[in-house]
Ligand binder design. Structure first.
Ligand code: PHE
Length: 345
């Protein structure tokens, strides 16, 4: 192998070893740069004759072309490799499952509240909402609850700053809603013309100092109130029975109105239901408190108890949800465990 051939081989080898474009440019300089080997060889021709220059020059040129060709081939190879690497790095794995939006769902108790609102809505009841931070007046006094009633004790009621409390039931909404209603029809009432009946439910959060498998410090209630000139306990029975049968989608259940006491109703009754079949068959389950609205409460609504009469009830949507879905621990509703909640979507 002559000197020029071995120079080409050297260049090819060095180019092949160059792993980066920068390495390759350095390698190129050794052969084709100003102080490179090819340039040196050109300079070395100065002493040759014209003929010798011709043949030597042509040979050097061939070698130079071969080195340039090797350089370009390597440049291309490095560029291809870089593009390849980039494409690999940015590759899309089309077999990966797509990113989906986790679909939210309504909480089981919210599903129950929606159901309650829809059923009572179809019976002509309005839906009212009111504050969870209440005054003593609306939560107790206006509801005929005496100063020394145990429900007022710190053991049962959360008191907050400023003389307020967290409502212990939704019954304050009886007063709040009725007062608004009476105000709206004041002129008519003052003229002795009566007013449209008050027919309302008031669902919402309520609070008591209580916590175990069936009691949570925050829980839900739904109040019901129907006041008119001729509303009786019979109407309460019809309305509530209808509600339960629709809610549980079953005619196979019986209601029991068990005598009880509430300061704001007289007479009062706890409402129990019994399923004829299913896992709870035969057991009496308490679902609401109820009664005929006490005359003192009717008076606090701004109405004449000699003329206006009606009933109220307060039920527990949490309890209804447990019964409907067969959940046995109330705390599951408020733990926020997605595995539990997902089952209701
Ligand atoms: N407020 C009562 C309770 O929390 C329930 C109730 C409401 C009773 C309306 C009678 C009338 O237990």
């Amino acid at each position: 192998m002559n000197e020029l051939d071995s120079l080409v081989v050297q260049a090819q080898a060095l180019f092949a070893q160059s792993a980066t474009p920068a390495d390759l440019e350095n390698a190129k300089a050794q052969f084709l740069g100003k102080a490179g080997r090819i340039t040196e060889l050109m300079k070395g021709m100065a002493s040759l004759s014209v003929d010798e220059k011709k043949s030597r020059g042509a040979a050097i040129n061939l070698a130079k072309q071969a080195i340039e060709a090797a350089l370009n081939a390597r440049r291309q190879a490095l560029a291809d490799a870089e593009l390849d690497a980039q494409l690999k790095a940015e590759a899309l794995d089309v077999s990966l499952p797509g990113r989906t939006h986790a679909g939210g769902g309504l909480h089981p108790v919210s599903l129950t509240l929606e159901r309650i609102e829809a059923i009572f809505g179809s019976m002509g009841f309005d839906v009212a909402q009111g504050p969870e931070i209440e005054t003593d007046w609306f939560n107790f006094t206006a509801l005929n609850t005496p100063e020394d009633h145990p429900a007022r004790s710190m053991h049962d009621t959360f008191y907050v700053e400023g003389g307020y409390l967290l409502r212990t039931h939704t019954s304050p909404m009886q007063i709040r809603h009725a007062v608004q209603h009476v105000k709206r029809y004041k002129t008519q009432l003052d003229a002795g013309q009566g007013m449209p009946e008050i027919r309302v439910i008031a669902p919402g959060r309520t609070y008591r100092v209580d916590s175990d498998a069936t009691h949570s410090p925050m829980f839900h209630q739904c109040e019901g109130l129907w006041i008119g000139e001729n509303v009786s306990f019979k109407d309460l029975k019809v309305v509530f029975t209808d509600f339960c049968r629709t809610f549980f989608e079953s005619d196979d259940l019986t209601l029991r109105f068990r005598p009880s006491f509430f300061p704001f109703t007289e007479p009062s009754a706890e409402i129990d239901i019994q399923f004829a079949s299913g896992p709870l068959a035969g057991r009496w389950l308490e679902v609401a408190g109820s009664g005929q609205v006490h005359p003192n409460v009717v008076r606090n609504m701004g109405l004449d108890p000699e003329r206006f009469i009606g009933f109220a009830f307060g039920m527990g949507p949490d309890r209804l949800t447990m019964l409907r879905y067969g959940v046995n621990d109330l705390r599951l509703f408020f733990d926020g465990d997605i595995r539990f909640l997902r089952q209701f979507q």
